[in-house]
Design a protein around this ligand. Structure first.
Ligand code: GLU
Length: 276
């Protein structure tokens, strides 16, 4: 890896970490020359401080030392709001007042991605909801955005290819949730820029999100990092590990006196980096 490669490990403190997180942290630590620890705590409805302490303890137990101070998304709400305002000013996002149930109704098939949801409710009803003080979600005008950006790609260092951006699965993706005023997508794009991340390592379950991130980077004039999406750790039955599965948490393993070097030694191989 080039000396200047900076990666990050970005857990959400919504539960105890499991082996999948340990592997993710190990990939970040192995492929970066120093990794940033970012606590993804924008979702105040689900994040809990005790899980932040658990993250520190788990990483220390695993012998994985992050660089500098941990970074908290909850300290960066202003930066996200500024980026959102920029997109709003340029009319690249629109407010969506549909409830979850109304949204489900307008999508004909379960996996249809929402588009132009601002045309579903009559303007008078949208005004009424706004006057009532209802917060909207803010959605990207994806077709307009892609007209502005032109064709985009992101650099996939797992497969050594430039992947064409495809937004079909996302449609007019939510850029700011009504309850938290930002979204995973908007926040990580700003964070990775602020933290000067050069290589984003994360699980393969997030590779679809990279398409959205690349569009936002282009719109916000942000230099894109490279990406490596690693395989997910599964249990013996091949099922993805989940935070609710307390028996397999790293905390439980620590408390049971399991040796961290055994855990690290039994991890799947760290993927090699392949330049396109
Ligand atoms: N916080 C996210 C998670 O725990 C990861 C975000 C990212 O790596 O982009 O799944």
């Amino acid at each position: 890896m080039p000396l200047e490669t900076v990666t990050r490990f970005a857990p959400s403190p919504t539960g105890d970490l499991h082996l999948g997180h340990a592997y993710s942290a190990l990939v970040a630590a192995s492929l970066g020359n120093g990794f940033t620890l970012r606590i993804d705590d924008i979702d105040h409805t689900r994040c809990r401080p005790q899980f932040v302490d658990g993250i520190y303890d788990d990483l220390q137990w695993l012998g994985l030392q992050w660089q500098g101070n941990p970074v908290f998304q909850s300290h960066r709400l202003e930066a996200y709001a500024t980026a959102l305002e920029d997109l709003r000013r340029r009319d690249l996002i629109y407010p969506c007042y549909l409830s979850r149930a109304e949204l489900a109704d307008v999508l004909s098939a379960p996996h249809t991605a929402p588009t132009a949801t601002d045309t579903v409710l009559p303007a008078s009803e949208q005004t009424r909801r706004a006057e009532e003080g209802r917060e909207p979600a803010w959605r990207l005008r994806t077709a307009d955005a892609l007209r502005i950006t032109g064709p985009l790609t992101w650099r996939d260092l797992r497969n050594g290819m430039d992947v064409p951006v495809d937004m079909k699965a996302h449609g007019d993706v939510v850029i700011a949730r009504r309850d938290i005023g930002t979204s995973y997508h908007l926040s990580v794009v700003i964070d990775d820029q602020l933290d000067r991340i050069t290589l984003v390592t994360r699980g393969a379950d997030l590779s679809e999100s990279t398409h959205v991130h690349r569009v936002l980077q282009a719109l916000l004039d942000i230099q894109p990092p490279d990406y490596l999406h690693h395989d997910l750790v599964t249990d013996e039955a091949g099922t993805r590990l989940a935070k609710r599965d307390a028996a397999r948490s790293l905390r439980q393993m620590r408390e049971d006196g399991i040796c961290a070097t055994d855990i690290v030694g039994n991890m799947p191989k760290i993927p090699s980096v392949i330049e396109p």
